[in-house]
Design a protein around this ligand. Structure first.
Ligand SMILES: *Cc1c(COP(=O)(O)O)cnc(C)c1O
Length: 386
């Protein structure tokens, strides 16, 4: 670990901004931001071609080329999740929502607003769903047509067993809808071996684009069967896809600059080696971050087996001189922006390791944490890893 000033990278992004150790929006490359300095007409052939290239490439990330199509959705990731749920779940359908954090809760709210019947199975934020319990619920409620699961629940950073959930759904003839917002592009999801009807994600998490565009990668046959399901016009994925097929254009104003930046971000994603390369860098970031924080005396919420290499949750130290707002401000002053906790099970804070961040940035962040603890007069006792 570097501890001298001259071996430390500057704690700024390529454009001189503080580093965002957050779950998104996150630090992006200079070239991604530079892609946005031009104006494009949304009906212009050059933009239509570029947009098609973006959309056509996304199914490859889940090995779904041929059988899957991308439907983009203007807005943040939640717009894509809401579009997925309200396009795929029929008005008279019923869905089982697996919840172990805020994003599962949000899906339940979306379904309630949309008037869809939902069942929920909730476990604590540090606990993945129990497969036998899911099986039991499905067996007892034959009206359930769909299951919703979050791949990496960003609330805690927990990795849910998406492949096993998919296998279980397939066994019971249920359609799986996945929120993989914080996993897509970094954690393997293989449509050839994992059955799902749709997966929602966005431009600005592991794909390292800028915020403003969500998308849903949909099994074509399943999407085509969604006629009449939608309960909103703007979030109707089938209508959106049909219009793109007919005209190459969005129905309503697309976030042009976001899409052009996303095109650049995807080129950088493939140049890094796709999921293996991107996920590999994040895994190394997470290993350095978590190991370093533990050696400074912090405890993770999750055991390593449940921890996705996306964002780590640390328990708030109980040391009387540890004051979180001061800790946060001191890290920010050193160029590192961290994230408050959002848990109900424990007082905590979070540090992300996704975005244009490299192992040296994680080492720099650890040095900033070390200096901040010294400044606050806080000495923590390292505990054994959980
Ligand atoms: C970020 C995220 C979302 C979407 O959040 P927005 O703020 O709407 O972009 C949805 N699900 C998960 C798991 C996420 O991490």
């Amino acid at each position: 670990m570097s501890s001298t000033n001259d071996s430390r990278p500057p704690a700024v992004s390529e454009t001189g901004d503080p580093l965002l150790l957050t779950p998104g929006p996150l630090t992006t490359s200079k070239t991604v931001k530079q892609a946005m300095v031009h104006d494009w007409g949304s009906r212009d052939a050059a933009f239509i071609a570029l947009n098609a290239e973006v959309l056509d490439g996304l199914p490859k990330i889940v090995h779904g080329e041929g059988d899957y199509v991308t439907v983009p959705m203007q807005g943040s990731g939640t717009f894509a999740v809401e579009a997925m749920l309200t396009t795929f779940v029929p008005r008279d359908g019923a869905i089982l929502v697996l919840i172990n954090g805020a994003y599962g809760q949000r899906a339940r709210r979306i379904l309630g607003v949309a008037g869809r019947k939902s069942f929920t199975y909730e476990t604590a934020e540090d606990t993945p769903p129990d497969l036998e319990a899911i099986e039991h619920i499905l067996a007892g409620a034959p009206s359930i047509t769909h299951v919703f699961a979050v791949h990496c629940e960003t609330t805690s950073g927990i990795l849910n067993p998406i492949d096993k959930i998919a296998a279980l759904c397939a066994r019971h003839g249920k359609r799986l809808l996945i929120d993989a917002m914080s996993a897509f592009g970094a954690l393997e999801l293989d449509a050839r071996t994992t059955a799902f009807d749709a997966v929602a994600a966005s431009a600005n998490k592991c794909l390292e684009g800028v915020p403003g565009l969500g998308f849903v990668v949909c099994r074509r046959e399943a999407l085509l069967a969604c006629d009449g399901n939608a309960t909103t016009l703007s979030l109707d994925l089938l209508d959106q896809r049909r219009n793109l097929d007919r005209t190459g254009q969005y129905r309503f104003t697309p976030p042009i600059h976001v899409i052009v930046a996303f095109h650049q971000a995807l080129q950088e994603f493939w140049a890094e080696g796709g999921v293996a390369g991107r996920g590999g860098r994040y895994a190394e970031n997470a290993r350095i971050l978590i190991g370093g924080m533990r050696s400074l005396g912090f405890e993770t919420l999750l055991p390593d087996a449940l921890q996705a290499p996306i964002i780590a949750t640390f328990r708030m130290p109980t040391h009387p001189r540890f004051v979180f707002p001061r800790f946060y401000d001191s890290l920010k002053a050193r160029g590192y922006v961290i994230y408050p906790g959002k848990l109900t099970v424990a007082d905590s804070f979070r540090i992300g390791c996704i975005g244009r961040l490299y192992p040296d940035h994680m080492r720099g962040a650890l040095q900033a944490v070390r200096e901040t603890l010294e400044e606050m007069g806080v000495a923590l006792t390292p505990a054994p890893a959980p």
